[in-house]
Design a binder for this molecule. Structure first.
Ligand SMILES: NC(=O)c1ccc[n+]([C@@H]2O[C@H](COP(=O)([O-])OP(=O)(O)OC[C@H]3O[C@@H](n4cnc5c(N)ncnc54)[C@H](OP(=O)(O)O)[C@@H]3O)[C@@H](O)[C@H]2O)c1
Length: 267
């Protein structure tokens, strides 16, 4: 499937990266700046964003906000448009991984995960899409995860939120692409960031945030609908997910060490 809407370029306006205070969002911001973009950055930790902005004076502007707060995100988008420039490219990347012990499913973990990972994207889209439509052009990258392809241990909340984002991005692409807004979804494998610190299972093909940022900017410049990386790993996963579930589930248990009582879980 090819896209009709063209990718945005720095002459179109500014970029907006959410979750830019660490990990992938931070590396991506630096890379976008190196490609000539002026970047508005959002996260809760204003000091971390200020330190990033200090690396490239005039090129990075801080608009701290909690993505789960609808009003704060509307205010942030409005402030970016009026104080910094029209948002031509948005990378909706802020996210949390909150492991769920399926023996004690805690609704609070599901709620928090969905408030940040899913509603965080919806809260950004609400002010963003009308502004882009008014200009007839824009580009949005939604950062999901390869975990969104299918079930994985500890990811009952995280994986569900990321699967929802893949589905959401497809709908947005169907509807917005003919109107000039290119919507893409990123489905990374393992990236070495603070989010991986308490993830207690093997992390094959783990890549650096810089490498992830490179895959993402290359993908955004291409016609790719889904930006999936590192490719060898994510394609292996896709093959695995395509198997009958009665084969897939024992295979995942075995590969992740989930084929017996897991010592990492609280008793
Ligand atoms: N690392 C991986 O292996 C991997 C794999 C696939 C997908 N991903 C996805 O990639 C994205 C970035 O993750 P990462 O690995 O770079 O993690 P990270 O280093 O923990 O960064 C997460 C970012 O999200 C921000 N954030 C979290 N909650 C927020 C909130 N309520 N409001 C505003 N910002 C919030 C954090 O900033 P503050 O704490 O300052 O608010 C931080 O900047 C996430 O969506 C994650 O699910 C990561």
């Amino acid at each position: 499937m090819s896209l009709i809407a063209r990718p945005s370029v720095p002459n179109d306006g500014v970029a907006w990266v959410t979750g830019a205070s660490s990990g992938i969002g931070l590396a991506l911001t630096r890379r976008l700046v190196s490609q000539g973009w002026r970047v508005a950055v959002t996260a809760r930790r204003a000091e971390a964003l200020a330190a990033l902005a200090a690396e490239s004076p005039g090129q990075i502007a801080v608009f701290a906000a909690d993505v789960s707060n609808t009003e704060a995100m509307a205010a942030a988008a409005n402030a970016i448009e009026t104080q910094f420039g029209p948002i031509a490219l948005a990378v909706l990347n802020a996210g949390v991984y909150l492991p769920v012990d399926s023996r004690r499913p805690d609704p609070a973990l599901f709620r928090q995960t969905f408030e940040v990972n899913l509603m965080g994207v919806a809260n950004a889209l609400a002010p963003l899409v009308p502004a882009m439509l008014a200009r007839g052009q824009g580009q949005v990258l939604i950062v999901s995860s390869a975990t969104g392809f299918g079930g994985m241990p500890t990811a009952a909340a995280y994986g569900a939120s990321k699967a929802a984002l893949i589905n959401m991005a497809e709908t947005l692409r169907i509807e917005l692409d003919p109107l000039g807004i290119r919507v893409q979804v990123a489905t990374p494998g393992f990236v070495e960031t603070p989010a991986q610190d308490d993830n207690g299972f093997p992390k094959p093909f783990m890549i650096s945030p810089d490498r992830a940022a490179r895959y993402m900017t290359d993908g955004m410049a291409s016609k790719a609908v889904e930006i999936s990386f590192p490719r060898r790993f994510t394609w292996m996963l896709k093959v695995l997910y395509a198997l009958p579930k009665r084969v897939y589930i024992p295979m995942v248990r075995k590969q992740t060490g989930w084929d017996g009582p897991n010592p990492d879980w609280p008793k």
